[in-house]
Design a binder for this molecule. Structure first.
Ligand SMILES: Cc1ncc(COP(=O)(O)O)c(C=O)c1O
Length: 462
């Protein structure tokens, strides 16, 4: 076995050196020395990836892993998707940089047109970005220029990225702490309907969204105050907090409440968009009643290239007009705005992601995977909750089902056991007790079935 092994991306894992092997360790040591603590939180040596295809990735030691992370949900078409690679390669021989609004390029025009079509009648305007956080910043800026209001309602457990504006509306333990004095005081935090850990500490058979009523008591009080909010930002399914699925009527009710009050609804679909939950946008599953005013997308939309976008209505996006500089300069820009390589890759990825077969595959394999995860609850009392939407899934581990006490040490141990068997998943949840799965949308049923077998063994062993 060598690191030159041919892959088609549908293989199962094979471990030849216990990970992290010596090459991974050495490369990680060099990286850590040069990059430092900002990006290296853990003392544990990670595995270092060398090559990937489809749902399979190889490390420097020649181990083959089944990747159920897809690089935090980015690789919607798998590692090194050939069609995306071809599009990027062709663009790299044609044009590799534009000149902002002075001289834009053809591929940008095509991508913006494609994204606008995906936004439909209500979200027909597009601004591009390179990361999810950057697109979130654009949404916050747009809401501000449209309403003149600076404050934003956001939810407990929300994750919107790590730039300052995005951190202001993020609520993830510890993330903003070192910079708390620099982070703008924008957010009005209200409870998210996390059924398994009800923010009102209730255990109903069926969530009646009482927390949304209490959230809007807070919002209404703030609306009567001197510094009222102009917008609400929300994830349709909270990703980093561990695939927290709100009840189905949450988004329509939130939409109605925001509309009644003239608040802009920003839907952060960085994780859930591009087909991750089945439909292209997660809100579509819920219907027109949930259509947002602004929609943020990123991650999977590029099929592996760094691109993100903000979609919005004509009226909202036109609010920028009054801020054009006297010189004619645009009020928003960045050197790599609409980078041609990213635009070309995303255009091709979107073509694949919008094929009906892609959605059918996500819905079919997602249902099979969810059923497999649920079946683990029978024999493994530590599996407190199973949550899934398409190919975004998670299991929440607890010390016992009655108390629901989070089990972060067990979570780390199970993730370690999965890694040793060549299955990659990642931790999530505000208590570090959730195992998250966001595999490539092209993953096979056999690969998902193998994951369940390995996961069951890991859970039983611990
Ligand atoms: C819902 C959501 N919004 C925004 C972001 C930030 O995206 P990025 O890491 O590309 O800045 C993330 C990243 O995980 C996310 O899950």
């Amino acid at each position: 076995m060598s690191a030159r092994e041919r892959l088609d991306g549908t293989e199962l894992p094979r471990i030849v050196v216990p990970p992290p092997g010596p090459r991974s360790r050495a490369a990680a040591r060099r990286l850590r020395r040069r990059e430092g603590s900002a990006i290296w939180g853990s003392e544990e040596a990670p595995i270092v990836w060398s090559r990937g295809r489809g749902s399979v990735v190889l490390d420097l030691d020649g181990n083959r892993y089944l990747d159920l992370t897809a690089g935090f949900g980015v690789l919607s078409l798998g590692h090194a998707a050939p069609e995306v690679a071809r599009a990027v390669s062709a663009q790299s021989r044609k044009l590799t940089q534009g000149l902002g609004d002075l001289m834009p390029h053809e591929t940008r025009e095509k991508l913006v047109r494609r994204l606008a079509a995906l936004g439909g009648r209500s979200l027909g305007r597009v601004l591009l970005a390179s990361t999810g956080a950057e697109a979130v910043e654009l949404a916050l800026k747009t809401a501000h220029v449209a309403t003149g209001r600076r404050r934003v309602v956001s939810f407990t457990g929300a994750y919107h990225g790590q730039s300052y504006g995005a951190l202001a509306v993020t609520d993830y333990p510890g993330l903003g702490a070192p910079f708390a004095r620099q982070i703008p005081d924008l957010a009005i935090r209200v409870p998210f309907p996390y059924e398994y850990r009800c923010p009102l500490a209730r255990r109903c058979g069926r969530c009646d969204l009482a927390c949304l009523d209490s959230a809007f008591e807070i919002v209404d009080r703030e609306l009567r105050g001197p510094d009222p909010p102009g917008a609400v930002i929300v994830e349709p399914v909270q990703g980093r907090s561990g695939c927290v699925l709100p009840p189905r009527d949450f988004l329509p009710r939130l939409r109605a409440l925001t509309r009644e009050r003239g608040l802009i609804l920003i839907l952060d679909e960085v994780m859930t968009g591009a087909g991750r939950t089945g439909p292209f946008w997660a809100w579509e599953q819920i219907g027109e009643g949930a259509v947002p005013d602004l929609l943020v997308t990123g991650k999977g939309i590029g099929g592996g290239v760094a691109i993100a976008a903000l979609l919005g209505s004509d009226a909202l996006m036109e609010s920028w007009r009054k801020h054009v500089l006297p010189s004619g300069e645009a009020p928003h820009s960045s050197t790599f705005y609409a980078h041609p390589l990213a635009c070309a890759g995303a255009l091709r990825a979107i073509e694949r992601l919008t094929e009906p077969e892609t959605r059918a595959h996500v819905e079919r394999t997602g249902a099979v995977f969810a059923a497999g995860l649920r079946s683990l609850q029978d024999g493994c009392p530590a599996v407190g909750d199973v949550r899934a939407a398409g190919l975004m899934a998670a299991i929440e581990l607890v010390r016992d089902r009655e108390s629901r006490t989070p089990a972060p040490a067990l979570t780390a141990a199970v993730l370690g056991a999965l890694l040793r068997e060549g299955v990659l998943a990642y931790p999530g949840g505000v208590h570090d007790n959730v195992i998250c799965f966001t595999p490539p949308l092209t993953i096979t049923e056999e690969q998902l079935g193998h994951t369940i077998v390995v996961l069951e063994a890991a859970l039983r062993e611990h």
